[in-house]
Write a protein that binds this ligand. Structure first.
Ligand code: AMP
Length: 213
């Protein structure tokens, strides 16, 4: 089963994708993670996207479609598309890429969260530098012993673009460019929606109902 987790920054896509990877052996394809890796390792492409990402703008369709094309070419299935597609052009490209490798898109799960909750979540979030486990200062603080509950790592980081200015831009981009995908997938009969505001476990169960129902 190949699925898209759709939702604004801070909706919980990454957190839920990690759970699906752990519990169902699916493969997370996060274009945001791929771009951050390229940036951190200083590749040519990484240098091009660094400023764009820091501002909260979208990277070109060509770059992210290329990244997804490479991953799909490696084979496998059970993909969770996280943060991709973000534009109608990317959605069309994904349909074509899946078709070319004889695969289908089985569900699109929209995580619905109101804007105030997003700002609060994003400005409070950090991740383990070793395994990527996501923490939140309020709802899921870093354990008191300073060690990641998943891997024992002791380095935690906050994303450079998790600040208010960049977040405003990212939210605007979501509403302008990405939210039209809700109608696009609804028209294709693939759209489902869950309330992303609940506890992590509640959201997990709601997603499971959509995937297994
Ligand atoms: P994310 O980790 O999904 O929040 O993505 C972080 C940043 O990477 C975004 O604000 C964009 O600058 C860039 N990015 C990630 N995925 C895409 C995409 N599918 N299309 C365009 N830009 C993207």
């Amino acid at each position: 089963m190949n699925i898209i987790l759709l939702g604004p920054p801070g909706a919980g896509k990454g957190t839920q994708a990690r759970i699906l990877v752990e519990e169902r052996g699916m493969t997370q394809l996060s274009t945001g993670d791929m771009l951050r890796e390229a940036k951190d390792s200083g590749t040519e492409m990484g240098k091009i996207v660094a400023d764009v990402m820091a501002r909260g703008d979208l990277v070109t369709d060509e770059i992210v479609i290329g990244l997804i094309r490479e991953k799909l070419a490696e084979g496998g299935n059970g993909f969770i598309f996280d943060g991709f597609p973000r534009t109608l052009a990317q959605a069309d490209a994904l349909a074509q890429l899946l078709n070319e490798c004889g695969q289908t898109l089985d569900r699109v799960v929209e995580l619905r969260v109101d804007d105030e909750a997003l700002v609060a979540r994003i400005t409070a979030r950090s991740t383990c530098g070793n395994c990527g486990e996501v923490y939140n200062d309020i709802t899921k603080p870093i354990p008191a012993d300073g060690k990641c509950s998943n891997c024992g790592g002791t380095e935690f980081k906050r994303r450079a673009d998790d600040n208010e200015d960049s977040l405003k831009k990212r939210l605007m981009e979501y509403y302008k460019q990405t939210s039209p995908l809700i109608g696009y997938y609804y028209a294709k009969g693939q759209h489902t929606r869950v309330d992303g505001l609940g506890e992590i476990d509640e959201v997990k169960s709601a997603i499971a109902e959509k995937l297994d129902g």
